[in-house]
Design a protein around this ligand. Structure first.
Ligand code: MF3
Ligand code: CO
Length: 285
């Protein structure tokens, strides 16, 4: 495989050459994609993202207590907006590239980016992803959970469980000075072993100082490819797992809602993670 050389990692004039410089430059010189220095969060930035994550988790815990059959997705949106703003934070989706609401609510065959609506009511047997992202003091966090409404079919339950396992397996596949591709590879293996498929068109992402930063964290691929994982990096893993085909399309009516091509259900779980010297730490627990 030919690699495009990207010299992301540069030495700082007048600063001593550290063990970290030595390690990252070793991989860069071998042709691997490495992070820029800006992607390595300072301890202060990590604390800011962690505090944002506390609010974000509070939102998801609230939804977990309140969600029920007969509720509209607009009512979920209101809970998210009210809780977030009451805690001095901002819902990151609101007005993000024109997104009209505070949260993404994605039911059954909707993969992600569903827009809450008064007209959309949770029904017995639905599975729904609620994707919450928070800005607190300029720091971003991002996590999502699945909820099952009433009596959910065994097939859909299995999909929700396997999607959750994919997140956990992806988390465990990430090690310092490993590669982003190790995560995607582990996730894809687990999904396909269970006869499900992995969405290709949307990926996890760096997060923290902005909503979406580098690297792109795809949930499929080859070990040893993609960006080098360096302690201090903060990113999401958010596998979208489909019961049928991995192909998706965007609803042309609203320009946001991502739907499976075959109309079969999709499930997703997401956390924001910090890469540490000993593997990933969840910042949205
Ligand atoms: N929360 C989504 C993510 O995981 C992003 C949603 S963008 C929005 O990256 F505008 F739809 F909110
Ligand atoms: Co995300």
């Amino acid at each position: 495989m030919s690699r495009r050389r990207v010299n992301n990692w540069r030495l700082i004039k007048g600063q001593p050459f550290t063990e970290l410089d030595k390690k990252v430059l070793y991989y860069q010189n071998k042709g691997h994609l490495v992070p820029t220095r800006e992607l390595i969060k300072t301890p202060e930035q990590v604390e800011g993202i962690r505090r944002s994550g506390v609010v974000n988790t509070g939102v998801l815990d609230l939804i977990e207590r309140e969600i029920h059959e007969g509720m509209s997705t607009a009512a979920i949106d209101k809970l998210v907006f009210d809780y977030t703003t009451a805690h001095g934070a901002i819902p990151a989706p609101l007005n993000y590239e024109g997104f009209p609401k505070s949260v993404c609510t994605s039911i059954n065959e909707v993969v992600c980016h569903g827009i809450p609506s008064e007209r959309e009511i949770l029904r017995d047997g639905d599975i729904i992803n609620v994707d919450v992202s928070t800005i607190l003091d300029g720091y971003y966090s991002d996590a999502s959970r699945m909820f099952m409404i009433g009596d959910v079919s065994p097939e859909k339950k299995k999909l929700v469980e396997v999607a959750k396992e994919c997140l956990e397996i992806g988390m465990r596949a990430a090690r310092p000075f490993g590669f982003v591709g190790d995560i995607g590879n582990a996730i894809q293996r687990h999904a396909e072993k269970n006869h499900f498929s992995v969405v290709r068109d949307l990926c996890g992402h760096g997060v923290g100082l902005e909503f979406h930063e580098e690297p792109e964290v795809c949930h499929f691929g080859k070990k040893g490819t993609g960006m080098l994982l360096v302690p201090g990096m903060v990113f999401t893993i958010e596998p979208m797992i489909n019961m049928g085909t991995w192909q998706v399309f965007i609803d042309s009516d609203d320009g946001w809602t991502v739907v499976t091509d075959d109309g079969k259900p999709s499930a997703q779980w997401e956390h924001t993670f910090l890469m540490t010297e000993n593997g990933l730490e969840i910042l949205t627990y």
